[in-house]
Design a binder for this molecule. Structure first.
Ligand SMILES: Cc1cc2nc3c(=O)[nH]c(=O)nc-3n(C[C@H](O)[C@H](O)[C@H](O)COP(=O)(O)OP(=O)(O)OC[C@H]3O[C@@H](n4cnc5c(N)ncnc54)[C@H](O)[C@@H]3O)c2cc1C
Length: 287
């Protein structure tokens, strides 16, 4: 099957892109890496009146990350994230999760902005951005606004973006010093059955700024805020980790699907939250 007819627009600036989106009154779609959009067009799951190809807009793939965080342009490819020394040094969780996404071809085309707009419930990038406390800068003809990722992700393939809004960049606060990432897939680099990402900073004997996120246990990736609160300022003792595991299970509400039963997902959640927190306590993962 091939896509239904649509107009093809190739803007050369963000202003031109958002004007095109506005002109089509919510019926246009942005084309970034095309790794999700093109299959959806070809299967006629989407029938936009226009496709706005943002691939030739200069500056939309700028990476400006340092010790105080910074921004990543929405058109930045997974392969660029994977190869960036600045991201490895300051946002190593992003480097790590990128290696779990699809295959080389997907990573050469897929973008950080496309991944967040697509909001796959088990996508690695939404999960990592949630754990890192990121937000997106979005633009339309009405202006710009900044949306925290936890407010962007509303459900499976569902975000709080308006149809005429373009994600321009992803912003990150100062990164925590430690992270751990744990994922279950049925085959290497398949979509995840379940994944856990945790970040924190070590201060003396304790851990602060703990953020624990999980995917595959709810309609979208979740931030387990009660679990994070349980761990704040602690040394991540076995008892504290056990309490955080139960606090995470309390906010999970998985469903059965083709990849796993709900019961198995809860089992996996317990195992992988514990493992991720134990690794964090032992110094965290390395790129
Ligand atoms: C074989 C295969 C395996 C994959 N495996 C994985 C995997 O293991 N893990 C994983 O997370 N993903 C996986 N993916 C999906 C991949 O991550 C996609 O790249 C991603 O979901 C979408 O990014 P994109 O840049 O290709 O966006 P596109 O496909 O171009 O767009 C996706 C959606 O986002 C919208 N959009 C894109 N950019 C913007 C923007 N800047 N502002 C507003 N809206 C925008 C589009 O209009 C469209 O609705 C896989 C894909 C394939 C084909």
């Amino acid at each position: 099957m091939k896509a239904a007819p649509f107009a093809y627009v190739r803007p050369s600036s963000v202003a031109e892109a958002v004007t095109a989106l506005a002109e089509h009154e919510g019926m246009a779609r942005v084309l970034a890496g095309g790794q999700s959009l093109v299959p959806m067009l070809n299967m006629r799951l989407m029938r936009p009146t226009a496709v706005v190809d943002v691939n030739r807009i200069p500056g939309l793939d700028t990476v400006a990350i340092g010790p105080e965080g910074g921004s990543i342009g929405s058109l930045t490819r997974y392969s660029t994230l994977e190869a960036s020394a600045d991201i490895a040094a300051h946002l190593a969780l992003l480097t790590t999760v990128t290696r779990h996404i699809g295959d080389r071809q997907v990573r050469n085309r897929g973008t950080i902005g496309g991944s967040l707009a697509q909001a796959d419930p088990v996508g690695e990038m939404p999960l990592a951005c949630l754990a890192l406390g990121a937000s997106v800068l979005v633009q339309s003809v009405s202006g710009t606004r900044e949306v925290p990722v936890h407010e962007l992700l509303l459900g499976p393939y569902w975000t709080s973006l308006e149809p005429d809004e373009l994600i321009v960049e992803v912003r990150f606060p100062t990164a925590p010093s430690l992270f751990a990432f744990s994922e279950v897939t049925r085959r290497h680099n398949d979509f995840a059955v379940l994944a856990v990402a945790v970040t924190a900073t070590r201060t003396g004997e304790g851990f602060t700024g703990v953020r624990l996120a999980a995917s595959g246990v709810e309609a979208t990736a979740i931030l387990a805020e009660d679990a994070s609160a349980v761990l704040e300022g602690t040394s991540l003792s076995d008892a504290e980790i056990a309490a955080a595991v139960e606090a995470t299970v309390d906010v999970a509400d998985p469903s059965d699907d083709v990849r796993a039963s709900a019961e198995y997902r809860v089992h996996l959640l317990r195992v992988h939250v514990r493992r991720a927190l134990e690794r964090l306590r032992d110094g965290g993962d390395r790129v």
